[in-house]
Design a protein around this ligand. Structure first.
Ligand SMILES: Cc1cc2nc3c(=O)[nH]c(=O)nc-3n(C[C@H](O)[C@H](O)[C@H](O)COP(=O)(O)OP(=O)(O)OC[C@H]3O[C@@H](n4cnc5c(N)ncnc54)[C@H](O)[C@@H]3O)c2cc1C
Length: 306
C-alpha cells in the first residue's frame, strides 16, 4: 500500500478544483481497503472514499485526512447476475454488459464516475436509477466490518441512499440484468450519448449541481400562478432545476471563473481557474434568487468536500 502525502485533489475531480489531501492512497482490493482504514484509525485520520470525482466540489484548502481512491475493479458475469467492484467505471460496466448480451443499464449512458459513487447517489437518468438493477451491496460499516444489505434495506429514492447518511464504504455490488434486445439497447445508448454531447457543456464541471424538483414536494398551484409551465413536466413529475434556473435569469451568470453554463443551466462550469469559494458563492446566489422568485428551495446534488 502506497500512502502518498499532499496529493492535489483537483487532479482527481472532473471539476478540476480542489487543494491537497494530507494523505492519499489508491486501493485495488478489499484487503487493501481494510489496510487503508486500519492505517487511518491507527494514525487518527479521517477518511474520505473517492470514486471518479464526478459529483464533487472539493475545497481549495483540500482535505485533512486520508483519501481512499477505490480502484476495486472486479467484474464477474454469471447469467443475468453481475458482481461489480465499486471502482469500475459506469461506461465500462455498460459496455461489458452489452457485450455479454445483457440489457438494463442503458440509463447509465453518459454518466461519468464509478459504481460506488453511483450507488451512493442512486445515479440515473430518464426516470431510472441504480436501484432498478441492484440486488445487494457489500460494504464496510462504521466499525469497518464487512456487511451486506439487500436493495430494500438501502433506502433508495431519487438521488438518495442510506450511504449518504452513514459513513459506509461500498465495496461490491450485485446486479440483476436482463437478456433483452441488445441491438435496440446499443442504438438507444448511442442516441443518448449524442444528445448529451449536444446539450451538455464541454468545460470541467460536476454535472448537475441541483436535484430536480419533485411535484410532491411543492405547491403546484402556486408555481402555476408564478408562471411555471407545469404541464411540460407531467411525464416524470419533476421540474428540471435547469428550467427554473434559466427562468430566474441566471443562465451565463458568473462569479469569477465559476459560471452557470450557457448550454445547460443546472451545470456550473469551471472556465479555467475557478476557486471552490466562487462555486460555493454561486450555488448560494442561485438558491437565494430561485427562493425569492419562486419560493422554491433547491437542494444540492453535488457533494461538497469543503
Ligand atoms: C458531465 C457530467 C454528467 C453527469 N450526469 C449525471 C446524470 O445524468 N445522472 C446522475 O445521476 N449523475 C450524473 N453526474 C454526476 C456523477 O457522475 C454521478 O453522481 C456519479 O455516480 C458519481 O460517481 P463518482 O464515482 O464520480 O463519485 P465521486 O464524485 O468520487 O463521489 C461522490 C460521493 O460518493 C462517495 N463515494 C464514492 N465512492 C464511494 C464508495 N465506494 N463508497 C462510499 N462512498 C463513495 C464519495 O465519498 C462522495 O461523497 C454527472 C457528472 C458529470 C461530470
Amino acid at each position: 500500500m502506497n500512502i502518498q502525502k499532499q496529493v492535489l485533489l483537483k487532479d482527481y475531480a472532473t471539476f478540476k478544483i480542489g487543494g491537497p489531501a494530507d494523505y492519499f492512497v489508491e486501493v485495488g482490493s478489499v484487503e487493501e481497503v481494510a489496510e487503508a482504514v486500519a492505517w487511518a484509525k491507527e494514525h487518527g485520520q479521517k477518511i474520505f472514499a473517492l470514486g471518479g470525482g464526478s459529483n464533487l466540489l472539493v475545497s481549495d484548502l483540500g482535505f485533512r485526512g486520508l483519501v481512499i481512491k477505490l480502484g476495486l475493479k472486479r467484474l464477474d458475469f454469471d447469467g443475468q447476475k453481475v458482481v461489480v467492484g465499486a471502482g469500475v467505471f459506469l461506461a465500462y460496466l455498460l459496455n461489458q454488459a452489452l457485450d455479454s448480451e445483457l440489457t438494463g443499464l442503458e440509463f447509465l449512458a453518459g454518466i461519468p464516475g464509478t459504481v460506488g459513487g453511483a450507488v451512493r447517489g442512486n445515479a440515473g437518468t430518464y426516470g431510472l436509477a441504480m436501484d432498478s438493477v441492484i440486488r445487494q451491496v457489500n460494504y464496510l460499516d462504521e466499525n469497518f466490518n464487512l456487511q451486506s444489505m439487500v436493495t430494500s434495506q438501502a433506502e433508495f429514492s431519487y438521488r438518495h441512499s442510506i450511504f449518504k447518511t452513514k459513513p459506509y464504504i461500498i465495496l461490491e455490488v450485485e446486479l440483476e440484468l436482463k437478456s433483452g434486445d441488445v441491438s435496440g439497447a446499443r442504438t438507444l445508448v448511442a442516441e443518448r450519448l449524442k444528445y448529451r454531447k449536444d446539450t451538455q457543456p464541454n468545460e470541467p464541471s460536476a454535472g448537475c449541481i441541483f436535484k430536480n424538483i419533485r411535484f410532491e414536494d411543492v405547491n403546484i398551484d402556486d408555481l402555476k400562478a408564478r408562471g411555471i409551465e407545469i404541464d411540460k413536466f407531467t411525464q416524470h413529475r419533476k421540474i428540471p432545476a435547469a428550467y427554473i434556473i434559466e427562468k430566474t435569469g441566471l443562465k451565463g451568470y458568473a462569479i469569477g471563473d465559476a459560471q452557470v453554463s450557457e448550454k445547460h443551466s443546472n451545470y456550473i462550469i469551471n472556465k479555467g481557474q475557478a476557486k471552490s469559494d466562487e462555486v460555493v458563492m454561486l450555488i448560494s446566489y442561485i438558491k437565494q434568487q430561485v427562493r425569492d422568485k419562486y419560493g422554491l428551495q433547491l437542494q444540492e446534488e453535488v457533494q461538497l468536500l469543503v
